[in-house]
Design a protein around this ligand. Structure first.
Ligand code: G6P
Ligand code: MN
Length: 429
């Protein structure tokens, strides 16, 4: 079985490779990237990591997309258009306007989407042409809107993934003292905009028990982040990214994650080795969302164990027909009432050899549906701008985002992003 990783020189690729070493049936791994230097660095880490592992997949690198896609069974798409420098600029332009520049939420997410969608759509078209039977697992952020743009060319063959819902479910299970394998997690929304509404064990919803216990509630990341009284008032557990909405005033303009990671990774790519990769990775995990947290993260939250495990579970379910349930980004169909059928949503799906089908999820409460509807409209305006070159659509995306509070700000954001990002030349006046 052949797997191609697009963005194969990316920093998190060794995590995927590590998961492949533990099983899954991939015999050939091809890393594709536009940057040969980054590919060489990652190749070196993988070689060290596979030393003495029998049955490790054969690894090749290439800058030729056609080579990567020839006879491929699975494609992991994990590109970062504009690199971490682009992420840093996304944050800076937003900070200058006092709004959020986060890579997936708010103005920063729109800018990143405007840069990424043209590239992702190009990849989707090429895959549809050169590898029409391949399954595409999209890691590329902003994952919900990028998956939706790719689905226009790949239909149900592209599935978007994220580690945050499964991380939330795992932490909630731990706080409740239950085995996650025995529970049903009623999670629904969009990527980085979802809520865990119930946790059913043998027909009983045990989430109210957790919400009633302030100490248990504040024993894990999301609980600490939102505070027990707000979670009780809300009656659900939001994805950690909802922090940017529920505490918008505190969060706006405060991040400099792109700059930090850029500097951190410069060291690794200059002198790549398994040891320096592991050091760099641990520091990255330890500082994730640090500006929203007091004190250190739990050791259990540092293993990674996120994206790569979701991706591998998905690959196995499709490749070997091992039916399972995973929270994934797929077209809604009729799973979430009130959300368009063609909109990509993040919900539990049944996965088997035929792909991923969303499970009927039951309606979102009004406050959640309102936010989902507003943000989906922004995502769709972003896709429209990126696929047609419409400045009006791009302005609508910025101005209609709930975290951008003025059309004047939206105009300046659009001009500011076009000025710093060469990839946005298509939106220049
Ligand atoms: C989580 C999110 C991902 C995001 C990552 C950012 O895992 O689910 O979508 O890419 O955080 O982490 P970073 O270390 O790049 O800030
Ligand atoms: Mn994510």
């Amino acid at each position: 079985m052949k797997l191609a990783i697009l963005g194969g020189g990316g920093f998190r690729v060794p995590l995927v490779h590590r998961a492949l070493l533990a099983g899954g049936g991939v015999t050939e791994l091809v890393l594709h990237d536009v940057d040969a230097g980054r590919l060489a660095a990652i190749e070196r880490v993988l070689a060290e990591q596979a030393e003495d592992v029998s049955g490790a997949p054969r690894v090749r690198t290439t800058t030729d997309l056609a080579v990567a896609l020839s006879d491929v069974d699975f494609v992991f798409s994990a590109v970062r258009v504009g690199g971490l420098r682009g992420r840093q600029l996304d944050e800076q332009v937003a900070a200058a306007e006092g709004v959020l520049g986060q890579e997936t939420v708010g103005a920063g997410g729109i800018a990143y989407g405007l840069r990424t969608v043209p590239v992702a759509v190009g990849l989707a078209r090429t895959i549809a042409e050169l590898a029409p039977r391949a399954w595409v697992i999209n890691f590329t952020n902003p994952a919900g809107l990028v998956t939706e743009a790719m689905a226009a060319h790949l239909g149900g063959r592209v599935i978007g993934i994220c580690d945050s819902p499964v991380g939330l479910c795992r932490r909630v299970a731990r706080a409740l003292g239950i085995d996650p394998a025995t529970a049903w997690f009623d999670y629904a929304g969009l990527n980085h905009l979802g809520w865990l509404r119930a946790v059913r064990v043998g027909g009983e919803d045990v989430l109210p028990r957790l919400l009633a216990d302030a100490a248990a509630c504040e024993s894990f990341e999301e609980g600490k982040l939102f505070g027990a009284d707000w979670l009780r008032a809300l009656g659900a557990l939001p994805n950690e990214y909802l922090h940017y909405y529920y505490f918008a005033r505190e969060a706006a303009g405060s991040e400099s994650r792109g700059a930090f990671l850029l500097e951190q990774q410069r060291g690794f790519y200059a002198e790549p080795s398994l040891a320096s990769w592991e050091r760099t990775r641990l520091e990255r995990e330890a500082t994730y969302m640090a500006e929203t947290r007091e004190g250190e993260r739990d050791a259990d939250d540092l293993d990674g164990g996120g994206y790569e495990n979701v991706a591998l579970a998905l690959l196995r379910a499709i490749a070997h027909g091992e039916r399972t349930t995973l929270i994934l980004n797929v077209r809604n169909g009729s799973a979430l009432p009130g959300v368009p059928g063609s909109a990509v949503v993040e919900v539990p799906c049944v996965v088997d050899a035929n792909g991923a089908r969303p499970i009927a999820a039951g309606p979102l409460p009004d406050h959640a549906l309102g936010l989902v509807t507003a943000v989906k409209a922004v995502e769709r305006a972003t896709i429209e701008a990126a696929t047609t070159g419409s400045r009006a659509a791009a302005l609508r995306a910025f101005a209609l985002h709930p975290l951008v509070d003025s059309v004047s700000v939206a105009r300046r954001l659009l001009d500011g992003y076009v000025a710093v990002h060469p990839e946005l030349a298509y939106l220049a006046r």
